[in-house]
Design a protein around this ligand. Structure first.
Ligand code: BGC
Length: 388
């Protein structure tokens, strides 16, 4: 990892001379378009800051995206690029305004994680018209040709890891109750996560190891190994959390309140990410008829690391935001140098095959939490209690 950042800094330093108006970072942590102007322009307030690299993230209400913000600011500031991070706060309208603001500031590269995959198309089309190179970040922007590149984790592999953890750690026997939850239907990743998990869980549902508790649609498709996007969409419509902790908790409580005794006891739960996993875990731990539950997650959020140490969440998937931010900035550097960035995959966004750079993931459980997340320098040990 260190090597990668070092390489990046050298590349970035080499292009410094090519860039005009290079200064420190200009970052907005407000969530809206309310800007804090900084940079190395001294006290000359008449100079309008220019932004070379604009970053737009979906929300500051989920720790996952604050992790990404921190990594971007660190890498871009040390590479000497003027940059600004804006948040869409779950609104495609705010996202569009953020893009316009950054275009006005002369942005050359936009790195954007869409709030809503398809609705983001209009905003990035505007950026393209203004000559900006568009990198879709973590989530794919769909239904438009105005996406040049995609930098992402392997989201199918995230789902596979969640499914595999459930299979490997489920109680022995058959007819084990399986509760299914998914992300927001507006997020292309939610489909990939579910597809990956289904690829592992489906054979075990078909052979009677698991019985689905809370999705009639999934139950009706239990003999199908490969699902179309429409079919996954029908299942997601039933089990979506909308990536919202409150929705997740309420849904879990509702499911538990109608589930008969045969769906209680030792159960397994596919929870799509850490925030929803903690919320669903809270609902399951409050039900005295649930004797044990295996529950998944992803993102390695600080609060979930504590849940894992405390035995309240079984696993998380570590998606190292240092790698993703560095990969995106590497790509931005290549673009600003007039080179073709390195890619190793393609993703179909309904309008084109988008060249992509994919980062790998690591499964984290109580057994490797310290080595994966503390010894690697991602978190300070002092943030947690009970860490061995
Ligand atoms: C990201 C996850 C995140 C989720 C909710 C997904 O697109 O890949 O890491 O937990 O969105 O924000």
């Amino acid at each position: 990892m260190k090597k990668k950042i070092l390489g990046l800094l050298m590349t970035a330093t080499m292009v410094l001379g090519l860039l005009t108006g290079c200064g420190g970072g200009t970052s907005d942590t407000s969530g809206g378009t309310d800007k804090k102007e900084t940079g190395d322009k001294g006290n000359d307030t008449t100079v309008t800051s220019t932004i070379e690299v604009g970053i737009i993230l979906p929300t500051k209400d989920e720790p996952r995206w604050l992790q990404d913000q921190k990594q971007f600011e660190t890498v871009l500031d040390s590479a000497g690029f003027t940059n600004q991070v804006l948040f869409s706060q779950a609104s495609s309208e705010t996202e569009r305004k953020n893009v316009e603001t950054l275009i006005e500031k002369g942005m050359k590269v936009l790195i954007m994680c869409p709030q809503d995959a398809a609705e983001a198309s209009e905003a990035v089309e505007k950026a393209k018209e203004a000559g900006v190179t568009v990198i879709s970040y973590d989530r794919l922007i769909t239904d438009t040709e105005a996406v040049d590149y995609y930098v992402t984790f392997d989201s199918f592999a995230v789902g596979e890891a969640q499914g595999q953890y459930i299979v490997d750690n489920a109680p022995k026997g058959s007819d084990i109750p399986l509760y299914l939850y998914a992300g927001a239907a507006s997020d292309n990743n939610a489909f990939l996560f579910f597809e990956g998990a289904w690829s592992i869980l489906q054979p075990k549902i078909a052979d009677g190891t698991f019985k689905i508790v809370n999705s009639k649609e999934a139950e009706s498709m239990k003999d199908k190994a490969d699902l179309s996007k429409d079919e996954i969409g029908k299942i997601i419509a039933e089990i979506t959390t909308d990536w919202d902790f409150n929705v997740a908790k309420k849904k879990a409580e509702e499911h538990l309140s109608v589930a008969g005794a045969e769906y209680k006891g030792d159960v397994v739960v596919l929870a799509p990410n850490d925030g929803t996993s903690r919320a669903i875990s809270d609902a399951f731990s409050a039900d005295s008829a649930i004797t044990n539950y295996v529950i998944t997650g992803q993102d390695s959020e600080q609060a979930s690391v504590q849940y894992i140490i405390d035995g309240k969440q079984s696993m998380t998937v570590f998606k190292d935001t240092r790698t993703l931010a560095a990969d995106s900035v590497d790509m931005a550097v290549s673009i600003l140098e007039g080179k073709t960035p390195n890619t190793d995959a393609t993703y179909d966004n309904e309008k084109k095959e988008v060249p992509a750079k994919q980062a790998s993931i690591v499964v984290v459980t109580k057994d490797n939490v310290k080595s994966a997340l503390v010894d690697s320098g991602y978190y300070e040990a002092s943030l947690f209690t009970g860490l061995e």
